[in-house]
Design a protein around this ligand. Structure first.
Ligand code: 3UK
Length: 512
């Protein structure tokens, strides 16, 4: 991939935006949102005005860190790009974070300034250790906010001359344990992710319209809903508070061609898809957690589309194993995205052959750099990134997800992967969602416990629990069946759509 060799001096926004406008893309639509439509020229101008505010007015210097907060809006997108372009470091934060969590991030990332949506002001102000330089945006009544300052700035700003390996982004993992980990990424990493997955797997084009749910503060969303479209001169639809229904309606309204969201969203959209005209959609990308076969099948039946599953991680910035179209092997995540290498390591740290479950190890143009050195030594070993996932490779070189390494259920000496049991349960017509975890058991060490959300019209009862147990035994090795079945109204999920297994385990304990 010759395009992955970048010059030593590189500003990613100069490449993504200034270059596009200089090449004549100025009148093309860059971002659509509920009330607004921004051309490439307008986006560039807004980015440049914000960059002037940051450097000229706030007096920030190269390498200073700017915490960013906001829902997916054109202003939030412009703020992130302005930070990159001004040679500063963006620290985007998930909209739902509370004051105490923000305080941890402010301290860990040693934040110098804050740009925050006015709608999230209260929580921001309540955070401990907020720096002095804070500006709010998106409040039409404000006379002192970011927009008012932008209006007084020059409309154009020359990109700061940054090195390709200058840090421009600190992205925090949501973490299943609750402790956020900051990962640093370089200017060139921003371009590298645009030149890997979207080119070789997705096949994105200038006429594409990208849409989806992940927040821009989650690198899945930052790539899929901002950087990837800009890299090819396409457009992004940025919408707030999407539900399965409103995402389907938005795909129809904006004639979106590429969707990015989590498996649970596709699962909920599939039965509703027939009510909308979503014929414009040509690719649907799923990431964040394993894509169950039942979901892939339901989406294909509803839309005729073969989904693109892809595993990505905050530590690696974006998707590194995936497959599309005829390359898809249902049940496998795919193969390493060109530019990346992957292998499976056994307990001794040596690569294992096909058919053996082990720890996934990945290498490529992007990689993990934690703020915290100790964690770094656990994640990156001999130059390989250990993502914490248990995977298996087949004879054809396809990578099959099994579970998170620390979520593997060990019951009476058997290793059981929760997602395999979930996949079996999801094939039952009464099951809408489920999560399978291990629960401590005196006799077996752990037992398999299923938390099940039923589809409307099905009632929880012992007979149905027994039917689900029998249903699993018919599909996979009987020792994997859930010895405990708990019905519930909903499953605990992160803002990124990930099942919070630790919460299921904890709740299982309380009910004893
Ligand atoms: C899990 C998957 C099976 C896996 C992400 C796309 O999810 C992203 O980043 P996070 O840091 O979590 C990383 C972990 O999530 N995972 C993600 N995708 C899949 N497991 N199949 C998948 N397709 O455990 C991984 O280690 O929140 C996803 C792009 C950017 C991202 N940051």
């Amino acid at each position: 991939l010759p395009e992955l060799r970048y010059p030593a001096r590189l500003n990613c926004v100069a490449e993504l935006l200034d270059r596009a406008v200089a090449a004549g893309a100025g009148e093309r639509i860059a971002i659509r949102s509920a009330g607004e439509q921004w051309t490439y020229a307008r986006l560039l101008e807004q980015v440049d005005r914000i960059a002037h505010v940051l450097r000229g007015q706030l007096g920030l210097e190269t390498g200073n860190r700017v915490l960013l907060r906001g829902a997916n809006t054109p202003m939030m997108a412009a703020a992130i790009l302005a930070v990159f372009k001004a040679g500063l470091v963006a620290v985007p934060t998930m909209p739902l974070l509370r004051a105490r969590e923000l305080g941890v991030i402010l301290a860990k990332a040693r934040v110098n300034a804050v740009l925050c949506a006015a709608s999230l002001r209260e929580e921001m102000e309540a955070a401990p250790g907020v720096p002095q330089r804070v500006l709010y945006f998106g409040d039409p009544a404000a006379t002192t906010g970011l927009e008012a300052r932008m209006a007084r700035q020059p409309a154009s700003y020359a990109p700061v001359d940054t090195a390709a390996d200058d840090v421009c982004l600190i992205s925090f993992t949501s973490g299943t344990t609750g402790v956020p980990k900051g990962t640093m990424h370089f200017q060139r990493d921003i371009l590298a992710i645009c030149d890997c997955f979207p080119r070789s797997v997705l096949g994105s084009r200038p006429d594409d319209v990208f849409i989806g749910t992940p927040p821009l503060a989650f690198t899945f969303g930052l790539g899929g809903l901002l950087l990837f479209p800009l890299r090819v001169g396409a457009s992004a639809v940025l919408l707030e508070k999407l539900t399965p229904e409103t995402l389907l309606a938005a795909i129809q309204q904006y004639r979106a061609t590429i969707s990015f969201t989590a498996p649970t969203f596709y699962r909920q959209m599939a039965p509703l898809a027939a009510r909308y005209d979503i014929a414009s959609l040509r690719q649907s990308v799923s990431a964040g957690e394993a894509l169950p076969l039942a979901t892939r099948d339901a989406w294909r039946q509803a839309t005729g589309l073969e989904m693109i599953d892809g595993i990505g991680a905050t530590e690696l910035l974006h998707i590194f194993i995936s497959a599309a179209g005829a390359q898809v092997r249902p049940g496998a995540t795919g193969k390493p995205v060109p530019g990346y290498r992957a292998c499976i390591l056994g307990p001794d740290g040596k690569p294992v052959g096909p058919g053996v479950i082990g720890r996934l190890a990945v290498q490529g143009p992007t990689g993990c750099r934690y703020l915290d050195d100790e964690r770094q030594r656990e994640y990156v070993v001999d130059g390989w990134n250990l993502t914490g996932d248990a995977y298996e490779m087949d004879e054809e070189g396809y990578f099959h997800y099994r579970s998170r390494t620390d979520d593997m259920i060990i019951s009476a000496g058997y290793n059981i992967a929760g997602p395999e049991v979930e996949e079996a349960l999801l094939r039952h017509p009464a099951v809408a969602e489920c999560g399978v975890v291990g629960r401590a058991d005196d006799e077996r060490g752990q037992i398999v416990e299923a938390h099940v959300v039923l589809k409307p019209g099905h009632a929880a009862c012992d007979a149905l629990a027994a039917e689900l147990q029998e249903f699993v035994k018919q599909q996979i090795a009987p020792y994997k069946y859930p010895r405990a079945v708990r019905f519930r109204a909903a499953l605990p999920r992160t803002e990124t759509g990930k099942l919070q297994r630790f919460k299921l385990r904890a709740e299982g304990e309380h009910q004893d």
